[in-house]
Design a binder for this molecule. Structure first.
Ligand code: SF4
Ligand code: ZN
Length: 403
């Protein structure tokens, strides 16, 4: 068990600077203190001392920063002021706890570097709006909590809440987060909590294979020949995807990968995909998918940026026939100008190389799905039209939703 220490907004009415000194000492009194909280603003119960709430919210945020601890934030009926305060305290890190706010508030929280923690109220009948917000929360920022004895999830609503009821909340969450099983929610929220509160999440272990929603993903490399502006490689380098840290410091060899797939039959699909470009290791794709097909009928997919023809040969793609079923190609734009802006390729003719790749693998008889991320400035409808004109399927991917 660990703890957070702080003055709750409903209790700040009578506190003084002396109490803050006491809190400072308490915050460093034990390694078990992992956060400063709950701190924040509550205009639902304590509207009469708003100014003092804001003052002590700021003071305690500074205290957390000084101590290098994350914060647990309570915000009730005070969205606007909470955002105003946090705008000056970006990247302290921590949690917006028992989140029940708007989509905009959630996105601001994510932008400011906070985790979004949901509790039993996402199971309530009248919480349709909140469920919509949950479904759009980036999974690398997703947390779950009880808030017991309050916010008891359905079907126990009305009784005092207790920790074992968390599964009801997790179940609803798994139905809201795309491509997620209950197990995925368990792992995602556990890993996120460990990372958020410094409870020993290991970022240094290479993730060669990982399972999400009963699909086995293979991460053959963390190298990439593109610099997409929306990619974590180019931004915050947070490689957490549904509870896994998707990175390999050393490219795994064929044997190492195969060792991690004793029985390919148990998966719905096997997918080459990571924060890197799988086709840079075309021989690994060939040998591993050959192995998969020798043991099972499980479908094999390669997620690619479609730039293989910039460095590879047609024959190497032909050699994948019968082993790879599908190519999922990041098209990402309806035209060259947008593509260059969004994906920032190192090759001049990159966009036409992607189109050539799509045509070629389609011609060879592979199933082809093109994708585009809903990134600002990308006309998704026009991108879908382009995909249709190439005779291939199209799937839109929500910006900031990975896995
Ligand atoms: S191709 Fe994929 S891994 Fe490479 S930069 Fe783009 S999104 Fe990231
Ligand atoms: Zn609270």
């Amino acid at each position: 068990m660990y703890c957070a220490v702080g003055f709750h907004p409903n209790d700040v009415k009578d506190i003084t600077e002396k109490d803050v000194e006491w809190l400072k000492d308490l915050a460093k009194s034990s390694p078990k203190v992992k956060a400063v909280g709950e701190i924040g603003l509550d205009y639902y119960r304590s509207v009469e001392f708003k100014d003092k709430q804001i003052e002590y919210f700021n003071i305690q945020l500074n205290l957390a920063k000084e101590r290098g601890l994350p914060v647990v934030i309570h915000s009730r009926d005070a969205e606007e002021d909470t955002i105003k305060v946090l705008e000056n305290h970006k990247n302290i890190g921590g949690v917006l706890h028992c989140f029940s706010g708007s989509l905009d508030f959630m996105r601001k929280g994510v932008e400011f570097g906070f985790y979004i923690s949901y509790s039993g109220n996402i199971t309530f009948k009248n919480a349709q709006n909140l469920r919509e917000v949950v479904s759009k929360t980036p999974t690398f920022r997703l947390l779950i909590e009880t808030d017991s004895p309050w916010l008891t999830p359905m079907p126990h609503r009305g009784k005092p809440n207790k920790p074992p009821y968390i599964w009801h909340t997790a179940k609803v969450m798994s139905e809201l987060i795309p491509n997620s099983s209950l197990e995925d929610i368990d792992r995602t929220t556990s890993s996120n909590a460990k990372l958020c509160f410094g409870l020993g999440f290991d970022k240094n272990k290479d993730t060669i294979t990982y399972v999400i929603n009963n699909k086995l993903y293979i991460n053959p490399t963390s190298k990439c020949n593109l610099h997409c502006s929306f990619c974590e490689r180019e931004t915050t380098q947070n490689f957490m995807v549904k509870g896994y840290w998707i990175w390999v410091k050393k490219d795994p060899d064929i044997e190492e990968i195969i060792q991690q797939i004793p029985d390919p039959n148990i998966y719905d699909e096997i997918v080459f995909c990571g924060y890197g470009e799988p086709t840079l290791r075309i021989n690994v794709i060939k040998e591993v998918s050959k192995y998969v097909k020798s043991k099972s009928n499980t479908k094999v997919r390669v997620d690619t940026n479609g730039l293989f023809l910039a460095f590879g040969k047609k024959q190497d793609l032909e050699a994948l026939k019968g082993f790879v079923d599908t190519f999922s190609v990041s098209l990402n734009a309806p035209d060259e100008e947008t593509y260059n802006k969004v994906c920032r390729p190192p090759y001049k003719n990159a966009f036409s190389l992607v189109l050539d790749f799509i045509k070629l693998v389609k011609e060879m008889g592979f199933e082809v799905i093109t994708t585009a991320v809903t990134y600002p400035g990308v006309d998704i409808d026009a991108t879908e039209k382009l995909a249709n004109s190439l005779g291939v399927k199209f799937r839109k991917r929500e910006f900031e939703v990975v896995g």
